[in-house]
Design a protein around this ligand. Structure first.
Ligand code: PHE
Length: 452
């Protein structure tokens, strides 16, 4: 056992093969698919953006996903130690540390949005969201501007910390094995309901008929950033999960399964959200509020809307929790190994710290009357700043570190990944030239040095 006791091959229990795929899909399918993807797709021309997103997933997402898992399995350590273990060079440790900090920052605001979903789920099942006369925009802003979200984010962090404390196999894997099948069933029920609504086809058309005139250079950067976020890349998550994978598992196949799973969920989520929104005459591009304003308003008009709305928010809560677990595991794996803490103690400390860091986010949602909502830093509220700086700056930097590490610094990545011949050369080509270039473009644009 010892500091790396849970890694297979060193006497511990890691993921089973299927368990790893489920857990990784659980990580990638999250609020990104259900909450971010629909509103950015709505704003950037529907299907045209979806095609662009697929392209980004294939060219940038999959190569980096495979690289992260390969580094984790080869390096047998957390997101910082693995880079060091494979090269014996100290500076890689520091580069790895960036991703651990990123994970921490994501965790803090992610748990806030996750908390909203739990509140909306309970409200919906309880019938409190069934009045079609309610102003759902005002209701959301009132709720998100109060103190309740702080409570719900504490609930989310408690559940997440509890799962992590139980370990990889009996905590993370088991949790995903129970929740992911339930998630699929609920998603299918909602899809059937959405597609059979009168007027649903208008939504399907919006989502599936490409309008390329709405695509801009900006869309490309957003699609790239979202590919990172959606596949949980650039913040050590897939690397840490990869370190618990058996040597006999094919990482290439795993990467394909995870990428496909993520895309499929984004697709089905679109088939739930757009038909529902269009059937009741709502605007698809209503920004962040799509999930918490337009959809509740739509569910309120639907027969049995309390049930379908409740199921929808339950779906979001599950998606958020399986992702939250993977995010918190990044700093937990680090602290355990770095300071030799027990898993339980580390889980409690990290969950508490992430919760505290999330409080300012919870109280600063733009447009609400939250106590910090009119405090702007770099032109953004604290909530938006956390989201923006992680999705468009820190995750791309983390991704850049991974591509450079795998493409240039670590010479045996192909062996560990099990890639040879043309596949290996294609992978290396993308990692060495294409991915770094695209990432640098996102980065320059994000910090305002590249304007279109
Ligand atoms: N991929 C998750 C989503 O789409 C979010 C996430 C980001 C999870 C980073 C883990 C790490 O919601």
């Amino acid at each position: 056992a010892g500091s790396s006791g849970e890694r297979p091959g060193e006497g511990g229990v890691g993921f089973s093969k299927g368990g790893f795929i489920l857990a990784a899909i659980g990580s990638s399918v999250g609020l990104g698919n259900m909450w971010k993807f629909p509103y950015i797709t709505g704003a950037h021309g529907g299907a045209a953006f979806f095609l662009l997103f697929i392209l980004c997933l294939v060219i940038v997402g999959l190569p980096i996903l495979l690289a992260e898992m390969t580094i984790g399995r080869g390096g047998r350590g957390n997101a910082s130690a693995s880079l060091f273990n494979l090269t014996n060079k100290k500076h890689w440790k520091w580069f790895g540390l960036i991703s651990i900090i990123t994970a921490f920052l994501i965790m803090s605001y992610y748990s806030v949005v996750a908390g909203w979903t739990v509140h909306y789920m309970i409200q919906s099942f309880a019938g409190a969201l069934s009045d079609s006369g309610t102003d759902y925009a005002a209701a959301f802003l009132g709720f998100a501007g109060g103190y309740m979200p702080v409570f719900w984010s504490a609930v989310i962090m408690t559940i997440t910390g509890f799962v992590i404390a139980r370990g990889v196999s009996s905590g993370i894997e088991k949790f995903n094995k129970i929740l992911i099948p339930g998630f699929m069933i609920i998603l299918l029920i909602l899809m059937v309901r959405a597609l059979t609504l009168p007027g649903a086809m208008e939504g399907v058309e919006f989502f599936l008929r490409p309008d390329f005139s709405k695509l801009s250079e900006e869309s490309v950067l957003i699609a790239l950033g979202h590919a990172f976020f959606s596949l949980s890349l650039g913040m050590g998550c897939m690397l840490t999960y990869g370190s618990y994978v058996q040597k006999s598992q094919s990482l290439g196949k795993a990467a394909l399964a995870i990428g496909f799973g993520d895309l499929l969920y984004a697709f089905v989520a679109g088939l739930v959200i757009f038909p529902t929104v269009f059937a009741f005459g709502m605007e698809p591009a209503s920004g962040v509020g799509l999930a918490f304003i337009a959809l509740p308003a739509a569910f309120a008009q639907m027969p049995l809307g309390f049930l379908f709305g409740g199921l929808f928010f339950l779906l979001l809560a599950i998606a958020a929790l399986t992702s939250a677990v993977s995010i918190l595991e990044v700093p937990v794996a680090y602290a355990r190994e770095q300071w030799n803490w027990s898993r339980k103690k580390t889980a409690i400390i990290m969950a508490s710290l992430a919760f505290l860091l999330g409080v300012p986010s919870a109280l600063s949602v733009e447009g609400t009357s939250g106590p910090l909502s009119s405090f702007y830093l770099f032109g953004k509220t604290i909530f938006d700043l956390f989201d923006f700086s992680t999705s468009y700056i820190l995750m791309p930097i983390g991704g850049l570190i991974i591509t450079l590490f795998t493409g240039y610094a670590w010479k045996r990545a192909g062996e560990e990944a099990g890639l040879t011949g043309g596949l290996y050369r294609a992978w290396m080509f993308l990692l060495r030239y294409v991915c770094p270039l695209l990432i640098i473009l996102i980065f320059l644009h994000s910090i305002g040095l590249l304007d279109f």
